[in-house]
Design a protein around this ligand. Structure first.
Ligand SMILES: Cc1cc2nc3c(=O)[nH]c(=O)nc-3n(C[C@H](O)[C@H](O)[C@H](O)COP(=O)(O)OP(=O)(O)OC[C@H]3O[C@@H](n4cnc5c(N)ncnc54)[C@H](O)[C@@H]3O)c2cc1C
Length: 489
């Protein structure tokens, strides 16, 4: 008889949702394998902003999730706009250039609200995501529809609470335990995993295995292999333990790859950020207020339409675009009109500051003549519409080869500030193909019996870009689904 009903590999949001769901659906002996030691547990989930994007027909549907929201944010339920499933689907398809797998997209979107309700019922405290998605207008807040709720205490709180819930359900958690190989019987049914722990290798047997052990973002060799140059040099925003082990194990037994293996989520971060995520700083190295400024590279040139769209719809591709600039670095330049709009996270960095644009440019390690020309040219091209950070205001440049489409104010009010940024990798998009039961398919398009996947390991949803808050949502939906299905094995 198998030692475990369900073995879950990984201990992030997706894996712990799977473990809890498996217990809830009747699996008695559920084990979670965490490669990291206990003090570094929780994968990227720990480092995340804890933001969940989900569909809701009306702001009133948020009340059971955040009953005290009005106490924290006056007018919350009046100010939040509806985010029906059609809007979520439209956003996902728009930013992924129509490539998101429609079946997977439907599963995530249709189950998103119910899954957030389930997490809240399990005891996960939620709150309005004020500092992440909100723009203050006077004493009211303009919310980015769909991205308004996060876990209390962000990723740190999310991860800690998931462990508490899992322990409450009696899930066994094995720290410092790396899954290295999937075991199969003669019929191809997955019967467990070989693990490496401090005392060596051993086999753990289980009736089903759920892989929820992340992508390959922390593996420079795989980054070079699949993402190409210069991704082997990228700083990693989160955990150092997501090295593609689950993908390798699944591919070794014939799993079908799916999605964009050359793609990843990557954001503009402080150029001085550490090589891997910092447990305390977590996502605070992000630099996402570029729509209100001008972005130049080492050649002193602009290279991206800073005002193409709201940050939530461009930030996940901009990191890679910056990494591909000379030296992998760029500079976000703001004037005093924009600095009150900068996210609080900018306070963790040290900008260069000057009383004139010329003096600021003189401090930048860029082609200064070209940079001065770029900024003069930008200022001369700014249009006349009214600036409004709460809508795509159409205040664009005219006559520039590379326009800035919205929020293009002149840089003319001192002091001026420049923040050095690089591209930090968050997670990879390539994964394995799963069906509507979260079963992993083989290259012959049939489910591999006994094998499920969830979280970053699921390929096909994200391509080129990503709408903020969808990673945790997809992880929770497929984790819950995989756990329930595995329990039924
Ligand atoms: C800085 C940052 C901010 C983010 N903010 C947000 C946000 O606000 N909203 C959002 O939706 N998404 C956000 N994301 C993305 C989000 O964190 C991920 O999509 C999500 O956490 C992935 O969950 P997961 O469970 O698949 O993987 P992870 O949380 O990364 O967990 C993977 C687990 O697998 C373990 N593991 C790896 N290999 C093995 C092995 N061989 N054996 C055993 N265990 C193994 C790891 O140690 C880890 O416990 C952010 C990410 C980062 C880095």
């Amino acid at each position: 008889m198998a030692e475990h009903d369900v073995i879950v590999v990984g201990a992030g949001n997706a894996a712990l949702a799977a473990a809890v769901s498996a217990r809830e659906q009747g699996a008695r002996r559920v084990a979670v394998l965490e490669k990291a030691p206990e003090e570094l547990r929780g994968g990227n989930t720990h480092y995340s902003g804890g933001l969940f994007r989900f569909a809701y027909a009306d702001a009133e549907e948020l009340r059971p999730l955040v009953p005290d929201a009005e106490r924290q944010v006056r007018g919350f339920f009046q100010d939040v706009e509806p985010y029906p499933r059609e809007s979520f689907l439209r956003d996902l398809m728009r930013v992924t250039e129509g490539r998101a797998d429609p079946e997977l997209a439907e599963i995530v979107i249709d189950r998103s609200y119910d899954t957030v309700r389930w997490m809240a019922k399990q005891g996960l405290p939620l709150e309005p995501a004020v500092s992440l998605s909100a723009v203050r207008v006077g004493d009211r807040i303009k919310w980015s529809p769909g991205a308004v709720i996060r876990a209390r205490h962000e990723g740190v709180g999310l991860s800690k609470t998931w462990f508490e819930i899992a322990q409450r359900w009696g899930v066994e958690i094995l720290y410092g335990t790396t899954a290295v190989r999937l075991c199969q019987d003669g019929r191809g049914h997955v019967t467990g995993v070989t693990v490496r722990a401090a005392d060596g290798f051993r086999d753990l047997t289980g009736r089903a295995v759920v892989l929820g052990c992340g992508g390959f973002e922390a593996n420079p060799e795989w980054r070079a292999r699949y993402l190409g140059r210069p991704w082997d040099h990228a700083k990693v925003r989160g955990t150092r333990y997501n090295t593609g082990d689950g993908l390798r194990m699944a591919l070794e037994i014939g799993a079908l790859p799916h999605g964009q293996w050359t793609g990843c989520h990557s954001t503009p971060i402080d150029a001085a950020a550490p090589p891997h995520g910092d447990r305390k700083l977590t996502d605070k190295t992000n630099r996402l207020s570029y729509p209100y400024g001008v972005l130049v590279n080492g050649n002193g040139r602009r290279f991206f339409d800073e005002g193409e769209d709201f940050q939530f719809y461009t930030y996940a591709k901009l990191g890679g675009i910056i990494l591909n600039q000379p030296g992998g670095v760029a500079y976000q330049i703001f004037d005093a009109k924009a600095t009150p709009l900068l996210e609080g996270r900018y306070k963790t960095g040290k900008p260069m500051v000057a009383d004139s644009l010329e003096a600021l440019v003189a401090q930048l390690p860029v082609d200064r003549q070209a940079c001065a020309e770029t900024l003069d040219g930008y200022n001369a091209a700014v249009g006349v519409a009214a600036f409004d950070p709460t809508v795509r205001d159409g205040l664009g440049t005219s006559g520039l080869a590379l326009p800035k489409s919205n929020w293009a104010q002149r840089l003319d009010r001192p002091p001026f500030a420049a923040y050095p940024v690089t591209g930090g990798i968050t997670f990879t998009f390539g994964g394995v193909r799963v069906n509507e039961r979260a079963q992993v398919l083989s290259t012959s398009w049939a489910p591999i019996p006994g094998l499920y996947a969830c979280g970053e390991m699921v390929g096909g949803l994200f391509h080129t870009n990503y709408p903020g808050g969808t990673g945790l949502m997809s992880g929770a939906v497929f984790g819950r689904l995989a756990g329930a299905q595995a329990a039924a094995e």
